[in-house]
Design a protein around this ligand. Structure first.
Ligand code: G3P
Length: 217
């Protein structure tokens, strides 16, 4: 399973990249706002921090303007992946860009039928939002399960990119289902390292080691 960082915070991305666990980055207009930086400038910096895809989202709602925005965004770097919303115009844009060899992430997916449309439009990634699904009383993981089944039924190459990930259980469940990618805030990714028994084990080993009076090397 690939791990993408869902953030435009370049310090946090740099820290994750140093662990060797970072496979790409996703941004959206809210994350750009949170960064307080210019979209072109911050996206360029993010693209230099990973060789993986960096999703940059269009904000137009009509196909011709989406294409113009995509043209500007994809010139930022070779690893820019254009993010479009799951609308008729978004999928028209997805079809045009993917036919042209550009990576496309179709975002704001809340149903398996929407995911089917995105795959037919040639999306590189489909982003079902599990956290927002759960927030609204639906079962986010059931959505991932349904999309996995449909994509496998027809051999679609579109990768399932689990988004709106809020905690480690979302990641565990998505991995069990066989989602291709998950994107999460860096703090959620780093939380995967935590286990009380790991901390306890290290403390016990160090105590015993100290008692031996030995050094390595
Ligand atoms: O990148 C979009 C998505 O991951 C947003 O997550 O937590 O705002 O629902 P959230």
């Amino acid at each position: 399973m690939k791990f993408f960082a869902d953030t435009a915070d370049t310090d946090a991305i740099r820290e994750l990249a140093a662990t060797g666990l970072l496979d790409g980055v996703t941004t959206n207009p809210s994350l750009i706002k949170k960064s307080g930086r210019d979209i072109m400038e911050v996206t360029k910096e993010i693209c230099s921090l990973t060789d993986g895809p960096v999703s940059a989202e269009v904000v137009a709602l009509d196909h011709p303007t989406m294409m113009k925005e995509a043209e500007i965004l994809r010139k930022i770097a070779d690893n820019v992946c254009i993010k479009v919303p799951l609308t008729v115009d978004g999928l028209k844009t997805c079809k045009a860009l993917s036919s042209d060899g550009t990576q496309v992430n179709v975002t704001l997916c809340f149903s398996a039928n929407q995911a089917l449309l995105a795959a037919k439009a040639g999306a590189t990634f489909i982003s079902p939002f599990v956290g927002r699904h759960d927030d609204n009383g639906f079962d986010g993981m059931q959505l991932i399960d349904d999309i996995r089944l449909i994509y496998d039924n027809y051999g679609f190459g579109t990768e399932i990119l689990v988004a709106s990930v809020r905690h480690s259980m979302h990641i565990l469940e998505a991995a069990k289902i066989g989602a291709d990618v998950m994107t999460a805030p860096p703090a959620v990714i780093l939380s995967l390292f935590n286990h009380v028994l790991t901390d306890k084990g290290i403390a016990a080993f160090l105590k015993d080691w100290e008692a031996t009076g030995q050094n390595i090397g």
